[in-house]
Ligand binder design. Structure first.
Ligand code: AHR
Length: 554
């Protein structure tokens, strides 16, 4: 049986009424409307501030993500800003992208940051971590890293889009000294060190002030195959006496894969052996969770268990959502384990890789390894996941969707001069309004969806979402996962009156609908006014939809 850990190794070796016919193989249905749902927003029960950083991104130097996706080069015919794809910058500016993680992923633990600085045409070419999984016709830059997109270019990209950089350091094959020298390169004051001078020579005299530093990636697997205890010892050594240059550095430890409670417990147990004070130096523990197993319980094999990105039936739809919905239990479960050592919860969760992962074959550009074309299913999945993060603002400090462009759950697809925003990108744009708001307890009461899962009755929740308050503005996002039925719900606001509102809906008559280079606008949100006055209003959420309500409160 192949698991993800082995795969990574093997890959290198080897409000209205909606009536629409939905395209669901084997179950062509016409939307009906189910009533009897209720949503209650409790304006006087705050949960905590929703960190903008949970709307973060992840860009690994993997196949088409960096080269072709983000970086086209200064001499390209593709419109660019000092080599960075302009259309991507323009689109990202619209979604308030808080933070971007780079350069990996597994790639991070093979990367020497020193290869990616200095004069561009003197930088070395190196074999990319993902080289063996690349097809023979893939671009050379995907196999042999030309290092044209290094620290300067990445930080420049972040500056252009208004994001904070989050750098992941190489623990598997570099030293602690290399790590603090990277910090020195990025953060030492102008003119202070030789590395500050090298940075200035590249056009960046002022420090980059990078706050977020990941110490390795998936250190239980591709990041060094450590035990949690071994990794904790390394981690402690790595973060000891790193120069801070009078600012806070936020160190993120490589955390558990899915429900590996043993990793979380083993790591923290070892850390506190040197005293509880050690906890103060850790900003977050990373958690990774991909939804990949669509085998309906038949296998745990990482390759055999996967489904197709574009060809799926309604059971596959629910199966994917069910796998993604585990996120909430993972957050509360790891939080519980963390409280055994850190009852004051100084350390937060950083979900720095999440999203669906399908089998190969659904690429927009066939040579892009791990690329998949996101459909409406992935938009619903993404809305559901962001709602989960919003419901736990005190626990989740950051999250990074895997990955930004030309990869797994991507917001954008691009190839040469072609570009499109995916349904996932639209969800990020809808949900951006939650950033920095006060999360509010919200009660969703709706009957479960029941469906036939290989001749056995199965259920999935009927309606969920999250709410946040921004002074006198309330933002509510709602996911209706039902492939066939719209859901009518009474929305009640406790503690305030609605005075105005808008309703934005992302859906489509076909659950497989997706955007492409040829049809970039097939799935897109539509906004209309919502007659929201007083304490309650009835809203219809279409089948297979993500909705956002923005209401002025009085
Ligand atoms: O996102 C793709 C890969 O998935 C990352 O490189 C790794 O961290 C994870 O296993």
């Amino acid at each position: 049986m192949i698991g993800r850990r082995d795969f990574l190794r093997n890959a290198l070796v080897g409000g209205g009424v909606f009536l629409a016919a939905r395209s669901i193989p084997g179950a062509l249905a016409v939307d009906s409307v189910s009533s009897s749902a209720r949503i209650e927003v409790l304006t006087d029960e705050p949960l905590g501030t929703i960190s903008p950083n949970i709307y973060g991104h992840f860009a690994e130097n993997l196949s088409g993500v960096v080269y072709d996706g983000i970086w086209v080069g200064e001499n390209s015919k593709v419109p660019n800003i000092k080599g960075i794809r302009k259309e991507l910058v323009d689109e990202m500016r619209k979604i308030k992208p808080s933070v971007v993680r780079f350069p990996g992923g597994c790639f991070a633990d093979s990367y020497d940051w020193k290869d990616g600085i200095g004069t561009a045409d003197k930088r070395p070419r190196r074999t990319n971590f993902w080289e063996e999984g690349e097809s023979p016709t893939a671009s050379a830059s995907h196999k042999y890293d030309p290092n044209q997109f290094g620290t300067n270019e990445f930080v420049h990209f972040c500056m252009l889009i208004g994001s904070e950089p989050y750098l992941a350091a190489n623990v598997r094959s570099l030293s602690a000294q290399d790590f603090y020298r990277w910090v020195e390169y990025c953060n030492s004051p102008a003119g202070s060190t030789t590395l500050a001078d090298v940075r200035a020579a590249a056009g960046y005299p002022e420090p980059f002030n990078v706050h977020y530093w990941g110490v390795g990636n998936e250190s239980w697997g591709c990041g060094g195959d450590f035990t949690p205890q071994e990794y904790a010892v390394e981690f402690r050594r790595w973060i000891t006496w790193v120069p801070h240059y009078h600012q806070d550095l936020s160190f993120i430890a490589s955390g558990p894969n899915v429900d590996d409670w043993n990793w979380t417990r083993g790591f923290l147990e070892e850390i506190v052996k040197k005293g509880k004070g050690q906890l103060r130096s850790i900003y977050g523990m990373a958690l990774h969770h991909y939804a990949w197993n669509l085998s309906r319980g038949a296998t745990q094999d990482w390759v055999k268990g996967k489904g197709d990105a574009l060809k799926f039936d309604s059971v596959d739809w629910y199966e994917l959502l069910r796998a993604g919905d585990r996120m909430e239990g993972l957050i509360t479960g790891h939080w519980q384990v963390m409280s055994e050592f850190d009852p004051e919860h100084r350390i937060k969760l950083v979900v720095d890789e999440w999203g669906p992962w399908y089998r190969p074959g659904g690429e927009a550009t066939p040579t892009n390894q791990l690329e998949q074309i996101p459909t409406l299913r992935d938009a619903v999945f993404s809305g559901m996941t962001l709602d989960i993060f919003n419901r736990h603002p005190e626990k989740v400090a950051m999250a990074n969707c895997a990955q930004l462009i030309n990869c797994l759950n991507s917001l954008y697809l691009a190839h040469e001069d072609k570009f499109c925003v995916t349904p996932v990108g639209h969800v990020f744009s809808m949900y951006a309004d939650h950033q920095g708001g006060q999360g509010l307890r919200t009660i969703f009461s709706a009957p479960d969806i029941t469906y036939d899962r290989d001749s056995k009755a199965a259920r999935f929740w009927g309606l969920r979402g999250s709410a946040s308050l921004h002074d006198k503005q309330l933002v509510l996002t709602v996911v209706n996962p039902d492939v066939a039925s719209a859901r009518e719900a009474e929305l009640a606001i406790r503690g305030a009156n609605m005075q105005s509102g808008t309703l934005t809906i992302l859906t489509h008559g076909d659950i497989h609908a997706h955007n492409s280079f040829e049809h970039g606008d097939l799935v897109r949100p539509e906004t209309k006014p919502l007659a929201a006055k007083g304490r309650s209003v009835t809203v219809t959420f279409p089948a297979a939809s993500v909705s956002k309500l923005v209401m002025g409160l009085g």
